[in-house]
Design a protein around this ligand. Sequence first.
Ligand SMILES: Nc1nc2c(ncn2[C@@H]2O[C@H](COP(=O)(O)OP(=O)(O)OP(=O)(O)O)[C@@H](O)[C@H]2O)c(=O)[nH]1
Ligand SMILES: [Mg+2]
Length: 301
Amino acid sequence: MDLDDDSQYRSGFIGLIGRPNVGKSTLLNRLAGRKVAITSDKPQTTRNRIQAVITTPDEQMIFVDTPGFHKPRGALGERLNSLVLGTMRDVDVIVFVLDGAKTISKGDIFIAGELEKVETPVMAVINKTDLLDGAKIDSQVEVARHLFPFKSVMPVSSKFGAGVDELQGALLAFLPPGPQYFPDDVVSDQPERVLVAELIREKALLLTRDEVPHSVAVLIEEMKPREDNELVDVEAVIYVERESQKGIIIGKGGRMIKDIGSRARQDIEPILGSKVFLDLRVKVEKDWSKNPQFIKRLDYQ
Ligand SMILES: Nc1nc2c(ncn2[C@@H]2O[C@H](COP(=O)(O)OP(=O)(O)OP(=O)(O)O)[C@@H](O)[C@H]2O)c(=O)[nH]1
Ligand SMILES: [Mg+2]
């Protein structure tokens, strides 16, 4: 045994995997201590692989948020699932996030089947414990134990933080000796431009329903500070798939797009550290979610 092992720096990648809407991105933000990924009550919010970094003098943990694993409908869904499958193989440990407030069911069993195909160790998290009483938490932990040979099953509330420190502590055991991949001050690998686009999409998700959230994509066309003052000009386009959706996003008398814009601006300004002039437009890109070329233009890596 190498006695120097204890003094070695440890680092590793931790993949957050699970069905849509179980709270993976909420957990990522809680772990990161700030908003790195957008969240919403609509399934399939996350469309890219987002990393959040926690650095200490002894270790670096890189959490990888993934899109919810689901039955794909078209090119976008398939792309999202393939991101998840790739992450399962690439990381040092997987955290399988389950929604404690829902019945553990077919979708979870399907994911468990995919996990059996990889060598990566897997922990389970029963999320949303703030919505459950003690007995229900215990029974959900028990059901999860039968789903897969997890290293452990831990109850957490990503929304309020209960159990999250314990989870982080337990994950340290899976970090191999390794380098510090990111500098001390990096919290996320997402470029500012992507985060800005995502915050606009988040407000569109918040304010729309039915099939509209799935049909929204946002691209930043221009983002530059003005020379004469501290204002940043952001030009963004909200893409939808149909003419009728364009009407919904614009809203009566332009009310909806105004609302999306002002809510997004409030979130973007602290991130950019300056006032923002947000120019939002809406365009129809017919059935873009079935079009691999358009999907490539979005920054979904
Ligand atoms: N009560 C409660 N709600 C939570 C908790 N964690 C997440 N949520 C809510 O669950 C919904 C989904 O959260 P997300 O973090 O966007 O879920 P996700 O798993 O990333 O979803 P996808 O990106 O679509 O796969 C949001 O409305 C969250 O506020 C929790 O611990 N307690
Ligand atoms: Mg998410």
